[in-house]
Design a binder for this molecule. Structure first.
Ligand code: ATP
Ligand code: MG
Length: 291
């Protein structure tokens, strides 16, 4: 997002700026490398994987209580690198119901982050469909996807991605800047900070916080808009195991309070906090287990 003199947000590195666009709902998307231009997949037929959970073929009612938060049908994302094509996500069909806590596992390179980017409306599929709360969001414009990200999806990243010059509280206010009456912004951000147990650290900058505390701030920032879906890509990857478990316990509490959560992890202990594990291999969903 281009920074304007009036913006409260200091200029940041490229990555952080991308992050900001994710959080702010600005109509920019993270720039992709030139080699990632989507290639059209020819393989759009034969879709529903046997692992898809048997969703209804009819379109779900938008906004109805029992409408799945996520439903995909044959979602496919192909990267082209020179003459080679990588099918990072292949014909993925699955459903996540409201209130579920799901872990996504699989070897490095199996397509987990690519799938998360599609589900987070950061990227669009080459083929297939994605319904977010019953609304087909697979073919939306960049701007419409930015609005959806800002209002309905909370992101939690391995590297926290906080803006270093802002306090914890100010980081949490960012997603509200574009959508909420300004006078309630700080109140809501303060509530989110308290929800993750950091009220006493609200005015500290990220470099004055521990890794676990930074991730709590990031969780507060993801929560503050009351999103329909929390997406976390290896949220414990940069934390020691004890702190990682504390973060998972917090996500478990949010799940008990009703949040719908999808988390990528390599760690079976972390995955054990979820009530269902889905596994990717070479871009496809291999298993879909409930505990
Ligand atoms: N922007 C890109 N351009 C080209 N290929 C890509 C791009 N992003 C990912 N890929 C390729 O797509 C495949 C899936 O990558 P992805 O990052 O989704 O895997 P992952 O399961 O998240 O791996 P990890 O566990 O290492 O994070 C890999 O073969 C990867 O090299
Ligand atoms: Mg990844």
């Amino acid at each position: 997002m281009p920074s304007s003199p009036a913006s409260p947000i200091p200029a940041q590195s490229k990555d952080t700026a991308n992050e900001e666009s994710i959080l702010s709902g600005a109509a920019t998307v993270p720039s992709s490398p030139a080699y990632s231009i989507p290639a059209q997949s020819k393989d759009t037929a034969n879709n529903e994987s046997i692992l898809s959970g048997g969703f209804a073929k009819s379109k779900d009612a938008v906004g109805a209580k029992d409408t799945p938060v996520i439903r995909t049908e044959s979602l496919t994302r192909t990267y082209r690198m020179g003459t080679a094509e990588v099918q990072a996500v292949k014909n993925v069909s699955f459903t996540i119901q409201r209130g579920e806590f799901v872990a996504l596992m699989g070897a490095s390179g199996s397509g987990k982050s690519t799938l998360m980017h599609l589900l987070g409306c950061l990227d669009t599929p080459n083929s297939g469909h994605y319904w977010l709360e019953g609304e087909d969001v697979s073919r939306l414009s960049t701007r419409a996807r930015a609005t959806i990200r800002n209002r309905r999806i909370g992101f939690i990243f391995q590297s926290f991605n906080l803006l270093p010059r802002l306090s914890a509280l100010d980081n949490v206010t960012l997603p509200l800047m574009y959508s909420v009456a300004q006078k309630s912004v700080r109140k809501r951000a303060g509530e989110a900070i308290a929800r993750v147990g950091l009220a006493s650290r609200a005015n500290h900058r990220p470099n004055e916080l521990s890794g676990g505390e930074r991730q709590r701030v990031a969780i507060a920032r993801a929560l503050v808009t009351a999103p329909s879906l929390l997406l976390a890509d290896e949220p414990t990857g940069n934390l020691d195991s004890k702190t990682g478990l504390e973060i998972m316990a917090l996500l478990g509490e949010l799940h008990r309070d009703g949040s719908t959560i999808l988390i990528v992890t390599h760690d079976p202990t972390v995955a054990g906090f979820a009530e269902r594990v889905i596994v990717m291999q070479d871009g496809s969903l291999m298993s879909n287990e409930y505990f």
